[in-house]
Design a protein. Structure first.
Length: 235
């Protein structure tokens, strides 16, 4: 799975690396609302300081993709935790896990660049992520955590915020379909969080396709469309 970071404004994406480089987690950002193809959701990010130097001789930073605060086995955060820690979570950690404990954790990663098909922006992507048990990199102490600073343009800053969410009447047809089953009954599908949509696809859609009830037709069509939009990295 690749973690992505979008270039925005004066933000300079992390350089491409030749093989693995050492990095250390220096921040777990506060939860922030973000618009996605599933509707609005709250996400946080991990910030890595790497051993790669920028033009001023300081360390380079790379931000993870946005994580929803979930330890579901298919959640991106759960998958990457296994890579970062080099092991599965214990039962106690699954019952309660504070991402703050990751600060100072050393990893190894590979950074590549991709060009966005829609806007031509340059993306820095982590194509490999793994635990570093061999003399992990230490934080320089120069990084200021997001929660402790103003959101102004700097080499530490996150990529530009995503565009504003479209008005509800401008959303895609599948986003307007009303869910009629489960705990999200009465909600438009576009207002259901990603985990909720995933559960509908996994748990309800297969049986609904078999029963083929007329009252399920709209939701079946909407979930089938969402399923086609998803890639493995979205799970």
């Amino acid at each position: 799975m690749k973690l992505s970071e979008k270039k925005g404004g004066d933000f300079v994406p992390h350089p491409i690396t030749e093989g693995t480089v050492k990095a250390v987690i220096v921040d777990v950002t506060p939860l922030k609302k973000q618009q996605s193809q599933y509707g609005e959701r709250e996400v946080f990010r991990l910030v890595y300081q790497t051993e790669v130097e920028n033009e001023d001789g300081g360390p380079c930073y790379i931000w993870s993709r946005g994580y929803t605060p979930s330890l579901n086995e298919k959640a991106n955060f759960r998958k990457d935790l296994k890579k970062i820690l080099g092991r599965e979570l214990t039962k106690a950690e699954l019952d309660e896990f504070d991402p703050e404990v990751l600060i100072g954790t050393g990893v190894k990663l590979i950074v590549e660049h991709e060009i966005g098909e829609r806007d031509g922006s340059t993306y820095a992507v982590i194509s490999f992520l793994g635990a570093d048990k061999d003399k992990p990199l230490k934080p320089t102490g120069k990084y200021t955590r997001v929660q402790d600073r103003d959101t102004q343009s700097s080499p530490q800053s996150a990529p530009a915020a995503p565009a504003k969410a479209p008005a509800k009447d401008e959303r895609a047809a599948w986003q307007k379909v009303i869910v009629h089953i489960g705990k999200h009954t009465g909600k438009a599908l576009g207002d259901v969080d990603e985990e909720g949509v995933e559960l509908l696809i996994q748990k309800w859609l297969p049986s609904a396709l078999k029963s083929n009830k007329s009252e399920d037709a709209l939701l079946i069509a909407a979930l089938t469309e969402v399923q086609a939009l998803l890639s493995p990295s979205d799970y």
